[in-house]
Design a protein around this ligand. Sequence first.
Ligand code: N1C
Length: 270
Amino acid sequence: MAQVCCIVFGLGALILATVAVTTGILLWRQGHLQWHGKGTTANISEIILRRCESYTPRKGLQLKEKNCKEIWKAFKNSFISKDPCSITEEDYLPLMKLTNQTVPCHQTLFWSKMPTLARQLFQDQRKVFSLEDLLLGSITDGLTWCGSRGTSEMNYQSCPDRRKDCSNNPVSVFWKTASKKFAADACGEVLALLNGSIPEPFDRNSIFGSVEILNLNSKAVHLLQAWVIHDAGDSRDSCLSSSINDLKSIITERNIRFTCQKEYRPARLV
Ligand code: N1C
């Protein structure tokens, strides 16, 4: 009996010790993470190369040439071995050159705070293209990346968070640079898909609000149509909200015509 007791006690102590050590290691690592954001996405090189190889432009889009190995190299060189809080738009220029692609007039779609699925359905129906339909946006969508000064390794543990660490981090500067060009290239009538289920469908601090609308070429774009998507049964008229009014003022001050319409989210997406 005493022997059984000893074995049970010993096993219990062993399990407790293992749990304590594992928790200790996890807490220690968390406490020692350099940045507050998620680290580089695991297998990022394979993901980008695979996405790049399998990319074919949607009907209506063109792509002159595609060299995926060069694209991966340019992507990596934009941030590797650099201070992840001092990334500049120039760092991404070689990558932008290799992935140069434009959307035909009247077919550019901007969005803000919109779930991917709702966006995709809208895009298919209207035959419009967003940045993620272009090679550059499609290979990077949803990924995180950063490096550190003085090493050619990626940082898989943590990357700078825009708010808590610094705004000139590799991911934020990338979307800023890519969105700037995407907007500057737009022409004719453009569409913007906004989320009517949140208090402020238009957010001045978003990429749409702080980069895209300010970089539209007002000589080439004559109309911005905002579509505010609501959940079924929501009777608010967001087009009359102060947030959409702000957007209207910014757009009309830039000599671009503005319209807004309320749409219900398709039932199968609710
Ligand atoms: O800040 P947002 O939206 O207004 O940015 C959306 C706006 C779109 O019109 C796109 O052209 O900016 C472009 N864009 C992307 O295409 C994109 N894909 C993935 C901006 N950001 C993009 N992401 C990631 O979503 C990226 O990590 C960025 O920080 C978020 C912004 O989403 P948001 O606030 O809903």
